[in-house]
Design a protein around this ligand. Sequence first.
Ligand SMILES: Cc1cc2nc3c(=O)[nH]c(=O)nc-3n(C[C@H](O)[C@H](O)[C@H](O)COP(=O)(O)O)c2cc1C
Length: 195
Amino acid sequence: MEQYLQDVPLNKAYRLLNLGATALISAADAGKEDVMPATWNCALDLEPCKATVVIAKDHYTRPLIERSGYFAISVPSVAIVQQVMKLGTVSKHDDPQKLEHSGATFFKLPNFAMPLTQGCVAHLIFKVIPEAHNQDAYDLFIGECVKAVADSRVFREGHYQYASADAQLRTLHYVAGGHFFALGEEVMLPEYGLD
Ligand SMILES: Cc1cc2nc3c(=O)[nH]c(=O)nc-3n(C[C@H](O)[C@H](O)[C@H](O)COP(=O)(O)O)c2cc1C
């Protein structure tokens, strides 16, 4: 394998890790709401489920998270890749009608104010665990999951079931610019079981 290794400029190194599914982050506070994609999201703990997400300081979505203490992570599918890019290339600071102009459609879960995007295969709602240093220094927010729903066409019995699902329902994996991958082939190791 070593003969295939090539140097990657350090300013492009993060792209090597951009294989997790790109998410849509939603938040709402005092009648204001917004949605933006975030590739820098990551599971952090099992029980209770926790996750991290990086939200830059200049994004309209960020103070909605800080003030409300909640955010949602939704997992968009190939079917809405155009809408994901619109939500990620326009700030609501610049276009107050950003959500309407994105072409996406939204709904809400009972008891939660943030708009969730139609065409996502999963939605998880998180309560922020405040960590001022992480938020200030690294734009890193930690949340504890308080609600999770998933599309039963692709997530059943605790597993994503993509071998049989429509290709439009595959998750999106962002690299940079307008470059995404859709989730690839399943690799199964039966000797480790299906927890
Ligand atoms: C596919 C994609 C992934 C992105 N990932 C992140 C991310 O992980 N963190 C971040 O702060 N911004 C990320 N961005 C940028 C924001 O989504 C973008 O600046 C957005 O317009 C902010 O919207 P807002 O100002 O209305 O909140 C991403 C953009 C795209 C297109």
